[in-house]
Design a protein around this ligand. Structure first.
Ligand SMILES: [Zn+2]
Length: 123
């Protein structure tokens, strides 16, 4: 969580400086795209509230890590928390169902991994 908090704090610190640089197109403000992956719980508890506070949007690429220990349940978001991010206005991206190495999957396995997140988001 410290790593994410530091990254966000650094980003918010740097944002005013990016406006000081001459943009290529002076008729439009600079664009910053934020994305976060792996559905870490700190995205829900720290990142999302901070982004809302500063009126920033982001995409959260989510997956469903197998929960092998009780600690895993508090380390990653559940699907209700992911739904809440969506309700808060954030975009939810598909990071495959179980964070697999997609270069090692067959076409059918890849389709299953993608469908898994689509089904979870639909339900
Ligand atoms: Zn990842």
């Amino acid at each position: 969580m410290k790593r994410i908090t530091i990254a966000i704090a650094l980003l918010l610190f740097m944002l005013p400086f990016s406006y000081a640089l001459p943009p290529a197109d002076t008729t439009r403000p600079p664009i910053v795209i934020l994305s976060f992956d792996d559905a870490e719980i700190s995205h829900y508890t720290v990142v999302a509230p901070m982004l809302k506070k500063y009126h920033c949007n982001a995409t959260f690429f989510v997956c469903d890590f197998p929960r092998k220990t009780p600690a895993d349940s508090v380390e990653f978001m559940n699907w209700q928390q992911i739904q809440r991010l969506h309700q808060m206005g954030f975009e939810i991206g598909n990071h495959t169902g179980h964070h697999k190495n997609v270069t090692k999957l067959t076409r059918g396995q890849l389709q299953q991994e993608i469908q898994y997140v689509d089904d979870k988001c639909s339900s």
